[in-house]
Design a protein around this ligand. Structure first.
Ligand SMILES: [Zn+2]
Length: 186
């Protein structure tokens, strides 16, 4: 059985190395839509895979960290890195180019890690992230696949840095980061 929950965030980036000049040479933004698909072979005491309400905690907090954020590649030019960090409160620095594909892989692994560290109290089965479908525009998305080789490119823990401005506002994320080993912080 598969359930799907939708999240949204607005964020900016540059995609270096791609073929499209507008994307690789300009800071630009997207209204990202995240479709999170979860699966389980059993149902909980209420007859659900997983209560959607429970996704309002850590999973929502994790994805909300991306909202109104600059998605910064650690390999970016120093002048941009300095601008982003000095002139913005909210940024996330990734060790990979922040494309829809890599961000979807990161979200997939991150949400699975949060679920793995979640204590279930209503008879839930083993909850697996089946896929993350990340819409970057109204016409295009990237979607992860269960057990796909590319997920191995997002090893955990990995060096992803959430800005102090995000962590000050996002207590749920800060709590998980402090308790987990899957992400490094400042
Ligand atoms: Zn873009």
């Amino acid at each position: 059985m598969v359930i799907r929950k939708l999240f949204r965030f607005e964020a900016a980036h540059i995609v270096r190395g791609c073929s499209t000049d507008r994307c690789k040479e300009n800071i630009h933004g997207h209204s990202f839509i995240v479709e999170l698909f979860l699966q389980s072979k059993t149902l909980d005491n209420a007859g659900m895979v997983y209560d959607f309400g429970l996704l309002k905690g850590a999973v929502k907090g994790f994805i909300d960290a991306f909202d109104h954020c600059y998605l910064l590649w650690s390999g970016e030019k120093e002048v941009i890195k300095n601008f982003v960090k000095n002139c913005n409160k909210r940024w996330i620095e990734f060790p990979f180019n922040p494309t829809s594909e890599t961000l979807a892989l990161f979200l997939h692994k991150g949400v699975q890690d949060i679920l793995n560290k979640t204590s279930f109290a209503n008879g839930e089965g083993e909850i697996k992230v089946k896929s993350v479908r990340l819409h970057e525009t109204a016409t295009g998305y990237a979607e992860t696949e269960e057990d796909e080789e590319l997920l191995n490119r997002v090893p955990l823990p990995m060096k992803v840095t959430f800005s102090p401005g995000i962590l000050q506002e996002n207590f749920v994320l800060a709590y998980y980061l402090n308790g987990g080993e899957w992400l490094n912080t400042l």
